[in-house]
Design a protein around this ligand. Structure first.
Ligand SMILES: [Zn+2]
Ligand SMILES: [Zn+2]
Length: 374
């Protein structure tokens, strides 16, 4: 619907023309003059929006350019009943309808019986676990500050009081407000127009239904949690309002690294130093594991970097409880200092084992352009 047509003015109409046209029409189709007439109410809403748009130079320019207006008025949030609409025809200082709307639109809140349920927001928390605690699992205590139902009003936002006359409206159920030359009366927000007061805004939470509370929560953690794992604790986020659902609490787990074990999936890796003679002749030793010491047998002729897998000695999977393996990697270490006797023994050893350990390199001779010297 064209706003100019609605108001019955020329496209070149001045602000004064628009205001006069609006007031003339508003008096004709105001819902108070036409009680119960939905057509009149709808028409009133349209001319109000037209006036809102065309009386604002910026919005009018945009409307002229695009040909339509993005309504800023929420249609459903507002009823027109209860106005006492007396307009002075010559009044020019009347504020725009937007200002008038603002007051009514801000009434809602928890006092209103039609308050919409609001889901509580989720909360996020981080806990640090030692490697052992993460592997073991079990109860962990976290201290969380969250929005809870106000204890004074049990989350209702209001308290019942002995019925009495509503003070702000003196029991009339209506309050008046003036804007320039217009006087409005509307249902008293304190008693919803009844003139009687049976409940009062909760003084503890000021009607917001909630209070902040810090309390320890005990959380069951499954065994085998990995670094950055996330646990969801349903319903332990911020509390919902107007019977809305409670939010959830998400806990991110930070697992401290272990000095010996490195985790890969559900396997644990450990590096174990082995002396030359042990690797050559074979040996047995014990390594730490999640279940105490575990025996490892290293066969004769073991190479540095060789791995031995101990089945089911790894991490219990937090999903199905099945365990990974413990992977033992041996690393050959030479004695730091060699005495003369040891050096002699090694020279003797070299003479006896004359095998060329770099024989494999010969296959790649020339690849890099190094022919070696002959
Ligand atoms: Zn009242
Ligand atoms: Zn309260």
């Amino acid at each position: 619907m064209d706003f100019y047509v609605l108001l019955g003015v020329e496209r070149s109409a001045s602000i004064g023309d628009i205001k006069r046209a609006y007031k003339r029409l508003a008096r004709k189709c105001h819902p108070d003059i036409n009680p119960g007439d939905r057509t009149a109410a709808g028409h009133f809403r349209q001319i109000s929006e037209a006036y809102e748009t065309l009386s604002d130079p910026d919005r009018r320019r945009r409307y002229d350019a695009v040909g339509y207006s993005q309504s800023t008025i929420e249609e459903t949030a507002f009823g027109f009943e209860g106005f006492d609409f007396s307009v002075s025809a010559s009044g020019s200082s009347a504020s725009t309808f937007g200002d008038l709307f603002a007051e009514f639109l801000h009434q809602g809140g928890s006092d209103s019986p039609a308050a919409v349920p609001v889901r509580g927001t989720d909360l996020h928390h981080t806990i640090a676990l030692s490697f052992e605690d993460a592997m073991r699992g079990g109860p962990q205590t976290v201290t969380v500050t969250r929005q809870e139902h106000c204890r004074t009003c049990k989350g209702l936002g209001r308290l019942r009081v002995v019925e009495s006359r509503c003070v702000p409206c003196h029991g009339s159920g209506m309050v008046k407000s003036a804007r320039g030359h217009m006087v409005f009366s509307k249902a008293c927000p304190h008693c919803s127009g009844s003139g009687r007061q049976r409940q009062t805004r909760c003084p503890t939470c000021d009607g917001h239904q909630i209070e902040m509370r810090t309390e320890p929560l005990t959380i069951a953690t499954p065994p085998g949690l990995d670094d950055d794992a996330r646990i969801r604790v349903a319903g332990k986020g911020n509390v919902g309002r107007n019977s809305g659902e409670d939010g959830d609490l998400y806990i991110t787990v930070q697992v401290q690294p272990h000095p010996l074990f490195r985790r890969e999936g559900d396997d644990l890796h450990i590096v174990v130093p082995v002396a030359v003679h042990e690797a050559a002749l074979g040996t047995k030793f014990e390594v730490p594991s999640l279940d105490g010491l575990a025996r490892v047998r290293v066969p004769p002729g073991t190479q540095s970097g060789q791995r031995f897998r101990l089945r089911d000695r790894g991490v219990p999977s937090p999903r199905d409880g099945r365990r990974g393996d413990l992977v033992v990697e041996v690393r050959l270490v030479l004695p730091r200092l060699l005495d003369e006797r040891s050096k002699d023994l090694l020279r003797e050893f070299g003479r006896i084992n004359g095998e060329d350990v770099r024989a494999g390199l010969n296959h790649h001779k020339g690849h890099e352009g190094h022919e070696g010297h002959e």
